[in-house]
Design a binder for this molecule. Sequence first.
Ligand SMILES: *Cc1c(COP(=O)(O)O)cnc(C)c1O
Length: 225
Amino acid sequence: MGEIAKNLTEIKSGIPENVTLVAVSKTKPNEVLMEAYEAGQRIFGENRVQELIPKSETLPKDIEWHMIGHLQSNKIRHIAPFVSCIHSVDKVKLLREINKQAAKNNRVIRVLLQFHVAQEETKFGLSLEEAETYLKLSEFADLNNIEIAGVMGMATFTNDEAQVRNEFKVLKSIFDKLKTSFFSDQSSFKEISMGMSGDYKIAMEEGSTMVRVGSSIFGTRHVVG
Ligand SMILES: *Cc1c(COP(=O)(O)O)cnc(C)c1O
């Protein structure tokens, strides 16, 4: 077995059935993704549109592509034809544009609302207040080509496990509040995307349903991404 297949097997053995593994393949070339594909992985996460597009064009069509990185409005039309889930909706105006582009493609695109729970200011995300204000608007009810499937967040990059755990708890509580206030009758609102290579085990203990794991599968990245 190759290194990537071995890593995948090991990681999957520690993940319960109800948690989705998104293999974060950013900066990695197609042949590396294909090793994971041949080991059975079908869900891949990328953080840049200009990398996601050529990969989606050349790799097998049964791959589910998840966009996990900061997204600009004007790039949405490029991924709307094929993207399976957008984790990184960090501004409410993106919802309108995703809905518009999804409609043009006769699709419903699953999206997650990204919340800012880390201490680092560099991380993107909504506040709970922003999300609540928007979800109350009637405009939101008219967006028929998106499905808000849950929330996403990133913990602070730190060795302080208590802090990381606490930030995941904050995201879980945001999920619970939104579920109760706006999505109690929608079974599709169920995802909590949290946890990366360094912290996905803590994230799962705190209720994660989707972990986004890159370097533990594919090895360290040499480029910042
Ligand atoms: C790169 C990235 C990951 C994966 O990070 P690893 O530490 O390599 O597992 C997860 N989520 C987002 C948003 C990322 O940009």
